[in-house]
Design a protein around this ligand. Sequence first.
Ligand code: GRF
Length: 217
Amino acid sequence: MSRKRTAILISGRGSNMRRLIEAAADAKFPAEIVLVLSNRPEAEGLGFAKEKGIATAAVDHKIHAGRESFEASLQVLLELHRVELICLAGFMRLFTPSFVRLWEGRMLNIHPALLPAYRGLHTHERALADGVKIHGCTVHFVAPAVDEGPIIAQAAVAVRDDDTPQSLAARVLEQEHIIYPAALAALASGALEIRGNRVIERIVTRAPPPLRVPEAK
Ligand code: GRF
């Protein structure tokens, strides 16, 4: 089976992007990273992708008149690189419903909270302010509403009494780096089936089992 051509969209640091690139460096990984796009030309993550020989581009949203023309520029690049799957990794722009529909079932996002709790920004601060004991992260398919869409993977961390937003964020990020490559691998290998709001993961048999020829007597 050919590896799925995947683009990663970032806006900043790009640590999740880095983990996806590292995971996909293994030829057995079912997705290959063919493009990294950023809406911010100064995004730190672009440098790492370039070093790894991956095509990169910055599509500055500020020079576009509106979301439609920004997305049209993204789409040109995605088509040019024959992209099949998109991973949003700290990408801080919202998409129009028509762009989301275009990529329905083929675009993932990682969110630093256990959705549907704590959609939006400042998730770690809000979790600590609420005094929750469990926090975490979620990989989900992108739907038109922000931080919604069928959930593929989640990981939980226990909140500690002395946690700050920074210490909690760091432990959640470690988990993000584990579940994002796993979720992309599951999607790229064809293992995921969306049933309503639920994602079912099927076991994918990569090769048929060897035929057992009865021994001649
Ligand atoms: C991560 O916490 C991710 O969950 C959120 O934005 C942050 C991006 O971090 N969507 P990085 O750029 O991947 O390091």
